[in-house]
Design a protein around this ligand. Structure first.
Ligand SMILES: Cc1cc2nc3c(=O)[nH]c(=O)nc-3n(C[C@H](O)[C@H](O)[C@H](O)COP(=O)(O)OP(=O)(O)OC[C@H]3O[C@@H](n4cnc5c(N)ncnc54)[C@H](O)[C@@H]3O)c2cc1C
Length: 399
């Protein structure tokens, strides 16, 4: 084939933008379609763990995230009495992988990705409403009457993915029955040193405090709550604080110092894992393929890994349709493992039974270091299964 193949990416979230960067780099003609009228530049924070940074590096991409966010230097879990339960060796494991795990604002991550892209390829206000497969490609129709045609279609359109529904049929979301409050605020406290991550575990409630650099702290809180109730949540920072009575002073301090209008609320939810990601010229990526709960902080990381592996297989496989199936085969076991592990960890973390919470805290406190490291390494190490990314020799030397 003489002309570059054209890939249509639906969704300009972290997954869609990363896929665009990767596919553009390997010579594909890329178009990204986003339903929002502008690229979303608000939002809270994220962790981009070392596995995701390693995945990008494997394909010759360095987003220089350490300049946009804060590399994790210290990661601890405390109880509500402010006693240390355990320090997690996340910085050490990341360091031994050769890449930092970085905490960053969603906006900064988006900017890092956009800096790598030709902006003309992104089309906003484009909500996909129909997909038509043809012998020579795939056509996508938008709610405003627009239409485009490409060789491949990547559904990176998030947990409510239209493309996923097209592949799998409409299936219900799986609620986790707790609410998440998220915010970024300017905040100083001696506890929050550069690269600090601290989680507080209570009964059916948690709080995370995370340095993201530039004097800003990303915090998130959770509390057990039925999804219908969390969808209707209209409370302010004082209402949130009422869930954390008696917690350490830093918790109430940061919540009260955050303007209520800066706090985002989302119900915790994922989907039961499905291995059906694509057919023909279509595949899924990121939350569209494998939405997961946030306990491992790997949702965006997995979208980034997906994009990197997609790039590798498309470079190595001459037939692009076979490449999509190969991409799915490589990614499905790892994505399934992380969806299930996040769910399990989340259930333990959100347990509201006092005795179970005590067992939970003691288990973490006394877990042998070798076991703790092994558990963490499962997600923090970038895994490609049997697929040999080193076959892409020209990419590895292009850094
Ligand atoms: C509370 C919370 C905390 C989190 N913390 C972390 C963390 O610390 N670390 C981490 O790695 N991950 C974290 N995540 C998960 C992470 O945010 C997601 O996994 C990640 O953003 C998924 O990216 P995505 O691009 O696949 O999907 P999205 O970010 O959802 O992007 C999908 C895009 O597709 C667009 N779209 C949808 N439908 C259509 C359509 N029909 N036509 C056109 N466009 C469409 C949407 O507007 C959206 O812009 C967290 C998530 C939550 C909810």
């Amino acid at each position: 084939m003489n002309r570059p193949l054209k890939v249509i990416i639906v969704g300009a979230g972290i997954g869609g933008l990363t896929a665009a960067v990767v596919l553009q780099k390997i010579g594909y003609f890329v178009e990204v379609y986003e339903q929002a009228p502008t690229l979303r530049t608000v939002g809270s924070g994220l962790s981009v763990m070392s596995n995701a940074v390693a995945a990008l590096s494997s394909i010759g991409i360095n987003l220089k995230l350490e300049h946009f966010g804060a590399p994790i230097k210290y990661f601890e879990i405390r109880n509500v009495k402010d006693r240390l339960i355990r320090r997690l060796p996340i910085p050490e494991i990341s360091f031994s992988n050769g890449f930092d795990s970085v905490c960053i604002s969603r906006k900064a991550l988006q900017e890092a990705l956009l800096q790598q892209l030709d902006k003309n390829i992104i089309h906003v206000g484009a909500k996909v409403t129909n997909i038509i497969e043809k012998d020579d490609g795939v056509s996508v129709h938008f709610s405003d009457g627009r239409e485009t045609h490409g060789d491949l279609l990547i559904g990176a359109d998030g947990i409510y993915s239209f493309v996923r529904d097209y592949i799998q049929g409409n299936k219900p979301i799986r609620p986790a029955h707790y609410i998440c409050w998220l915010a970024i605020t300017r905040y100083q406290h001696p506890q929050i040193t550069p690269g600090y991550v601290g989680h507080y575990w209570g009964a059916g409630k948690r709080i995370g405090l995370i340095d993201i650099g530039g004097g800003e702290v990303y915090w998130w809180g959770t509390a057990n709550m039925q999804t219908e109730q969390s969808l209707k949540w209209k409370g302010n920072n004082r209402d949130i604080l009422s869930y954390y009575k008696g917690w350490p002073a830093i918790v109430s301090d940061i919540i009260l110092q955050t303007p209520s209008e800066n706090i985002i609320t989302v119900p915790a939810q994922d989907r039961p894992f499905s291995p059906l990601w694509g057919k023909g010229r279509i595949t899924l990526l990121g939350d569209a393929a494998h939405p997961m709960l946030t306990s491992l902080g790997q949702g965006a990381g997995m979208a980034i890994e997906d994009a990197a592996i997609l790039g590798h297989v498309l470079r190595q496989q001459l037939d692009p349709i076979s490449a999509l199936r190969q991409y799915e085969k490589i990614r499905i076991p790892r994505a399934e493992m992380l969806v299930n592990a996040s769910r399990m960890l989340s259930e333990t973390e959100q347990d509201d039974r006092t005795f179970h919470c005590l067992i939970r805290d003691l288990s973490l406190r006394f877990m042998p270091m070798i076991k703790l490291r092994k558990n963490l390494e499962k997600s923090l190490n970038f895994s490609t299964g049997n697929f040999d990314i080193h076959a892409d020799t020209s990419l590895n030397s292009s850094q």
